[in-house]
Design a protein around this ligand. Structure first.
Ligand SMILES: [Zn+2]
Length: 435
């Protein structure tokens, strides 16, 4: 049997549990002089260089990464690839922002050439920022998903995407129907779910843009394909929440709309959840659904401050989302920066270990992919990032002044962005190298 073994030497760090559950000390592993061993796209060992060196077969190539920190690839649990070109659009809150900027931009994705071009830029941007897996919105057009998956397949990335389902309260040019959205989603799911490392998400945009018939059709897909994902938005903005109440007066709360149509459960990821009541938190937990915390978006669109401490109290799975283009950065480091400030305003300190947990293993758990992603245990897929301690003169100076791993992690999360990503690897292969 032939297999290609490669090894990466440098400071090596990964999370093995949620520090909020097991305490900080038991939540991570760190080797100051570490070695990550990769064969056939998977991790075969991670540990101290001196321990693992004797186990390497003769002739194995070791790549050295001085002045770095090697961490698992970042996981973005909520992002819209068609909004790449409208990131940073001025001055509106959610509903007006969708009508003014988002919908006209998404119209262009009926053209596969346009969709492919943006998908390429988008994937390059993710990898440049150290993000190796993302849960991604397409547009209503099936072509948008085909183009995205074709590009992701070519790069052998673990990506999740879906065609938006929306049949009301949007311009005609972006509306499907309950029946066509069901058929189109089903055809895409059959075509892409499980192909290479790709996975499909049933994707109703959010409750206000789907009729009850369409939500029922999404529920049918959930039933027929229980191992596919469900990806939508939840309780982002106060005006939106009021609107949902008007549209679905029979439902007890916003989450109950999705619950009613059978859309919750494992592999259901709901973005935002900024304005939730106690019952909704309890139901998120009991249904085993996950929430994507999107701080740069929540601040940019003035949506509110996510209650991470409530998610912890109710044991609800949380991943981080950049929510580009409502979010303002592709970088999960910058997303952690804003997450820290959101928590400060709520009177809580987001610790560096919890931050890196959210960006890696926590995201993997939210996606039910922690057996494959989010850490360095043997058998996981070799998606990892080499962070650069000398990325900028300021970061270098700050790193020299750090007295602990926690301080280094924190400096990366506050000062780091795409410049701090020296290299990104997917399934063991280098997919981005700075300069
Ligand atoms: Zn979003």
């Amino acid at each position: 049997m032939t297999s290609s073994i490669s090894a990466h030497r440098g400071p090596l760090f990964h999370m093995i549990a949620d520090p909020a559950e097991v305490g900080e000390e038991a939540s991570y592993q760190y080797w100051e002089d570490g070695l990550l061993v990769v064969a056939d796209g998977k991790i075969t060992a991670a540990g101290a260089y001196s321990d693992l060196l004797p186990t390497l077969p003769e002739g194995a190539v070791i790549e050295n990464h001085p002045d770095s920190l090697i961490v698992p690839g970042f996981i973005d649990t909520h992002i819209h690839y068609p909004q790449t070109e409208m990131i940073g659009a001025f001055g509106k809150q959610l509903l007006e922002w969708l009508n003014t900027y988002t919908f006209p931009t998404e119209r262009d994705f009926q053209d596969p050439k346009h969709a492919r071009r943006v998908a390429r830029v988008f994937l390059d941007e993710l990898l440049k920022n150290g993000t190796t897996t993302a849960l991604v919105f397409g547009t209503v057009h099936p072509e948008s998903v085909d183009m995205f998956f074709e590009e992701a397949l070519e790069r052998n990335l673990r990506m999740i995407c879906g065609k938006v389902m929306m049949d009301r309260n949007a311009p005609d040019y972006l509306c499907d129907t309950a029946e066509s959205s069901y058929q189109d989603s089903k055809a895409l799911l059959e075509k892409w779910h499980g192909k290479g490392r790709l996975l499909y998400a049933v994707t109703p945009r959010f409750a206000p843009t789907s009729t009850p018939e369409q939500l029922a059709a999404a529920g049918r897909l959930r039933e027929e394909y229980p191992d596919a994902y469900m990806h939508t938005h939840l309780s982002e903005n106060p005006a939106e929440c009021g609107w949902v109440k008007e549209l679905f007066p029979q439902c007890a709360n916003y989450l109950d709309v999705y619950d009613h149509y059978g859309l919750l459960g494992k592999r259901a990821v709901l973005a935002h959840g900024v304005h939730l009541c106690e019952d909704e938190w309890k139901r998120l937990h009991s249904s085993d659904s996950a929430v994507a915390f999107c701080p740069t978006s929540n601040l940019f669109l003035g949506s509110g401050l996510f209650a991470l401490e409530e998610a912890e109290r109710h044991k609800v799975k949380v991943g981080l989302g950049t929510d580009v283009g409502g979010g303002t950065s592709f970088s999960l480091l910058q997303t952690l920066n804003e997450a820290y400030k959101v928590m400060q305003l709520r009177g809580h300190a987001l610790t560096p270990f919890k931050s890196f947990y959210l960006a890696t293993l926590g995201g993997a758990k939210a996606l039910e992919l922690d057996h494959l992603l989010g850490g360095f245990s043997a058998g996981k897929e070799a998606d990892f990032v080499v962070l650069d301690k000398r990325a900028t003169p300021l970061l270098q100076l700050r790193m020299e002044n750090c007295r602990s791993l926690a301080e280094q992690l924190f400096a990366f999360s506050i000062l780091g962005d795409d410049r701090a990503i020296r290299a990104t690897y997917a399934a063991g292969r280098c997919v981005h190298k700075k300069d």
